[in-house]
Design a protein. Structure first.
Length: 241
């Protein structure tokens, strides 16, 4: 007898292997890269708003102070959509693409976000004033629908700034019509925006670091299938349909 125990070699069993193609890793990295660039661009463009929210967590109590800061979110959202347009579904684009899009779309986006913001504020004020009136039960749903439709129309218009500019005053009718025509995508956009805002409110740092790019990517994808009537994308989709 020997004091040493002989250990027989264990049979090699099947091992778990993560076989992921190189193209799949490129696709994942491209998506992560787009999200990071959009998050960085949105945070940089909206630094005044983020700083103001650190001072006051109730922006509705200071509408004159927060309204101009909220107005500046329009160009950043339009720049994010234009950046995603340039990057495409599977590609990448540099940070300079976001900054160039922001500079190019600053004025057109302000012309879109300005009326949208005024309409949303007017609808919210009407809802607050009419909630205690006898006609409040009948008018509150109308004010809520107006605010939601204006916000969703603003998102679609910011995704198609060139088509909105060409439509001119008709855009105030054509864009809401496009939203109502593609109402399932509009409801998805509303759910995404609502969930994103709630999560950011619960965890501001974590939410701002992750959610804006992911939410805007899905909104951009949905807005691609919500073209404004009369635009080139709408005409091409009508031909293929």
């Amino acid at each position: 007898m020997t004091g040493r125990h002989s250990t027989a070699p264990r049979p090699a069993g099947p091992r778990l292997r993560l076989n992921v193609a190189h193209s799949s890793w490129e696709l994942v990295w491209a998506h992560v890269h787009r999200v990071l660039v959009v998050n960085l661009g949105m945070a940089t463009a909206n630094l005044p708003l983020l700083a103001a929210l650190q001072v006051s967590h109730q922006p509705w109590r200071h509408p004159l102070f927060f309204a101009p800061l909220l107005l500046l979110t329009g160009p950043s959202v339009a720049a994010a959509f234009a950046y995603l347009d340039q990057a495409g579904e599977d590609g990448e684009a540099s940070v300079r693409a976001f900054t160039r899009a922001y500079a190019r779309l600053f004025r057109p986006a302000l012309r879109i976000s300005g009326p949208v913001l005024l309409l949303v504020i007017a609808a919210v004020v009407d809802a607050v004033v009419l909630r205690t009136s006898p006609a409040g039960a009948a008018l509150l749903p109308m004010a809520a629908i107006t605010a939601v439709l204006a916000a969703l129309s603003g998102i679609v218009a910011l995704a198609h700034p060139d088509a909105t500019r060409r439509a001119g005053h008709k855009a105030f009718v054509l864009v809401p019509y496009a939203v109502l025509r593609h109402w399932p995508l509009a409801l998805m956009n509303l759910a995404l925006v609502t969930a994103g805002l709630l999560l950011i409110n619960q965890a501001p740092l974590m939410g701002l670091a992750v959610l804006p790019g992911c939410v805007l990517f899905v909104l951009w994808h949905n807005c691609r299938f919500t073209p404004i009537p009369g635009s080139e994308r709408c005409r091409s989709s009508d031909r293929t349909g």
